[in-house]
Design a binder for this molecule. Sequence first.
Ligand SMILES: C[S@@+](CC[C@H](N)C(=O)[O-])C[C@H]1O[C@@H](n2cnc3c(N)ncnc32)[C@H](O)[C@@H]1O
Length: 219
Amino acid sequence: MEQSSIRTYRLRGSRITGPQQSALDKYWDAYGIEYSTEFLNISSLFPTAEDVVLEIGFGMGEATALIARDFPNTGFLAVEVHKPGIGKLMARVEELALSNIRIIEGDAHPIITTMIPDKSVDGVHLFFPDPWPKKRHNKRRIVNAEFLALIHPKIKDGGFFHIATDWVPYAEYIEEVFAASPLFTGGVVERPEWRPVTRFEGQGITKDHQVTDLRYTKN
Ligand SMILES: C[S@@+](CC[C@H](N)C(=O)[O-])C[C@H]1O[C@@H](n2cnc3c(N)ncnc32)[C@H](O)[C@@H]1O
């Protein structure tokens, strides 16, 4: 099966709260970007930014908003399929008066393919990707050899790919995928100070539920 036809996210009812919908209505034009088959002009989205980070699957955007607040000179291009999360992050962007976040709605695969130019982002954040723990669902994991091949050319030389997961078997699998690839170098790192503690952290401390940070540099 082709990568693009595999769904890596869960289908959820698009139950959206009143405040999330009203944030979408009010702020979409300011912060939202529709899927398009044309490359974005990233430097015109973030004219004063010193660097640009692409975040994949920001969920409700709790970490995204806090990191963007702490790194005002970095532009954050944040991708998510889930509309309520997009509304929620737009509300946070307003609340914190952030000017360095733009949000693309949709599946990261076609978005990365058609909208992100080569060597246009300094780094990629992938925090707590859906772990798809059942064996028959493992193919839905977003990290795989095809995904590395898709993302690699989009990152500037020397740029990074930072992943955090709270599912130990997924962390081990991620290490294997990267170890088999000539495209990146790196591995498990200490939890960086700059990554805010989200609700995934410290939830149900069991053998398999520990947070692992992995950081790779583009070769
Ligand atoms: C487990 S949640 C983690 C959310 C967030 N990063 C956090 O740390 O709270 C994974 C998120 O990735 C999103 N996602 C999964 N596959 C995606 C894809 N192909 N494109 C865009 N978003 C995706 C899901 O909708 C979900 O919101």
